[in-house]
Design a protein around this ligand. Structure first.
Ligand SMILES: Cc1cc2nc3c(=O)[nH]c(=O)nc-3n(C[C@H](O)[C@H](O)[C@H](O)COP(=O)(O)O)c2cc1C
Length: 221
């Protein structure tokens, strides 16, 4: 059965993204939309408001370029860009090392809002990475020690055994950041905001870096 494209409830009417309401810096609009998503999540209307798809483009051994996407959590955002935490030794770590150009995508269905950001990703300092890592719950931090992200694993049991080994090792102390784990920052060159509207007449507003500021354009949906 195909989904019913006539059902306008799939695109609940949002406020139009009016020119007069567009801030000069996209991070201010992002802060507003993320705030609304966090609020919705506190009221049980949305899960994982900070989840975003990270897409990389890398080159296979035969020279073919290929895209890959996976979800990561936004750990922090500032005027500089969007921060996340992952393993440098993971596939995405290797891909970002090959080619730091990447894109991020948020989708908040409750508000019919999408945000995409494209730019260059850089590794954060050790101190910043440790700060990101420290914000994780203890069990998640132990899980990071117990896993070699993106590598084959022998069995579910071996993962649990490794977790227990590290739980013993860190029994009386704080779980510090494994050497392979790092914070990353995507510095956006473009950020696009999409607000779903009825009749397929959605708002699309793209911010593109221009000189020291941002060029704002409204795009066809
Ligand atoms: C909602 C969600 C959030 C996730 N957050 C992270 C994250 O913050 N960091 C991370 O390394 N992996 C995260 N993952 C797991 C990744 O999607 C992925 O499986 C893992 O990082 C390995 O990806 P890679 O093999 O492409 O490097 C998350 C998965 C989901 C579904």
């Amino acid at each position: 059965m195909s989904p019913d494209h006539r059902d306008e409830r799939r695109h609940p009417r949002g406020e139009h993204l009016l020119d007069a309401d567009l801030p000069a810096d996209p991070i201010d609009l992002f802060a507003n939309w993320l705030g609304a998503a966090l609020h919705a999540s506190r009221h049980g209307l949305l899960r994982e408001p900070t989840a975003m798809a990270l897409s990389t483009v890398s080159r296979a051994g035969d020279g073919t370029w290929y895209p890959r996407s996976r979800m990561v959590h936004l750990r922090e955002y500032t005027a500089e860009g969007f921060g996340f935490l992952t393993s440098e030794e993971s596939d995405k770590g290797a891909e970002l090392n090959d080619n730091p150009h990447a894109s991020l995508l948020f989708w908040w269905p409750v508000h019919a809002r999408q945000v995409r950001a494209e730019g260059v990703v850089e590794r954060l300092s050790r101190a910043e990475s440790e700060r990101y890592f420290a914000s994780w719950p203890r069990t998640t931090r132990l899980g990071a020690w117990a896993t070699r992200q993106s590598r084959p694993v022998r069995s579910i049991q071996s993962l649990h055994d490794d977790y227990e080994r590290f739980a013993d090792q860190f029994a009386d102390r704080d779980v510090d950041c494994p050497p392979a784990w790092s914070g990353y920052l995507l510095r956006p060159s473009t950020v696009e905001f999409w607000q779903g509207q009825p009749r397929r007449l959605h708002d699309r507003v793209r911010y593109a870096r221009a000189g020291g500021g941002w060029l704002i354009q409204r795009l066809n949906p």
